[in-house]
Ligand binder design. Structure first.
Ligand code: GRG
Length: 300
């Protein structure tokens, strides 16, 4: 299968699995309003980049077909929770996400907070059940790595640094090192986890595990530069969320620090570094190579 076929197959499998998971939880007694808010947050949108990385990195480590689907869904649940909370009035105060009203705009803030909380808990329930991997040690390793990626030294920590700057004033000299650290935590950690997860599931040797981790770290940086460029150059209709937010908030970004031309060069460098990291996998890694190109050229 080609890259677009693989991506489409993963997107469909993830959509169906997440829909079934939410329906099963609803049937087990989840309150209706919470169930509707969670479906709104999770279904019918999104590129499903992180679950795709889990599935494809697992494939490179010997897990055939959709064997990594439960772990892939867990990562997407964490991602969706982060978007729901990020959009809240007290955080980014956004009304548009994936071309739809954000959860708090469609419901209200308390429902959105609870939906995000519930999605996070559900992610850890999924990753710790036997469907994710038959070996409990592997599941434990995944739980710990997912918690590290999403917690205070990962995504939540990055969000805290970002909001401190936003709400309490920028640091005196926001340099590239500061911005890189922020993004490595806020968006990079979960992307790097998604790339590494396949090697945990497939119990790959340290060289392959390190290669996937390094790939994920460079990919995360490329993803963020592309995001900053879309904020400057994209349209709301194409991107599916508000654009030009960073400049209007006077926020320091990679683009504001480097300028568009140098940011494009940094994006190309990060993409090349991601692709180079896949060297131990040889030609087999063509899908992940194409994923790096896709991230660099994305329009939404
Ligand atoms: C609230 C704990 C907490 C964390 C929020 C990741 C994050 C931290 C906020 C997301 C805000 C944001 C728009 C960041 C820029 C990069 C990013 C994560 C974009 C959205 O990811 P995509 O493009 O989204 O993969 P889709 O909709 O395709 O899933």
């Amino acid at each position: 299968m080609t890259f677009p076929e693989r991506l489409a197959a993963a997107q469909t499998a993830v959509e169906v699995a997440l829909s079934d998971l939410l329906a099963a939880n609803h049937a087990r007694g989840m309150p209706d309003r919470l169930a509707r808010a969670m479906r709104h947050a999770v279904l019918g949108g999104g590129k499903r980049l992180r679950p795709f990385l889990v599935i494809e990195s697992a494939r490179l480590c010997g897990i055939r077909g959709m064997g990594a689907l439960p772990a892939a869904c867990a990562v997407e649940l964490i991602h969706c929770y982060s978007l729901v909370h990020d959009d809240l009035p007290d955080m980014d105060n956004d009304r548009l996400r994936r071309g739809q009203p954000t959860v708090w705009a469609a419901f209200d803030a308390w429902t959105a907070i609870l939906a995000g909380d519930a999605l996070q808990a559900l992610a850890f329930e999924v990753v710790s059940t036997a469907d994710t991997h038959r070996d409990p040690h592997v599941r434990c390793e995944l739980v710990a790595a997912l918690a590290a990626a999403s917690g205070p030294t990962g995504m939540v920590g990055g969000q805290a640094i970002d909001l401190e700057a936003d709400k309490l004033g920028q640091p005196a000299t926001p340099d590239l090192g500061h911005i890189r650290r922020l993004h490595a935590m806020k968006t990079g950690a979960l992307i790097a986890f998604a790339a590494e997860a396949g090697s945990i599931l497939g119990q790959a040797d340290p060289v392959r595990r390190r290669a996937l981790r390094t790939f994920g770290e460079h990919l995360g940086f490329a993803f963020q530069i592309a995001d900053d460029l879309l904020d400057v150059e994209g349209s709301e209709a194409e991107v599916g969320k508000a654009v030009a937010k960073d400049a209007s908030a006077g926020k320091a970004t990679i683009v504001s620090l480097l300028g568009i031309t140098a940011a494009r060069a940094a994006l190309a460098d990060a993409t090349t570094a991601a692709i180079d990291a896949l060297e131990p996998f040889g030609a087999e890694a063509f899908v992940l190579r194409a994923t790096a190109e896709f991230v660099a050229s994305r329009k939404s």
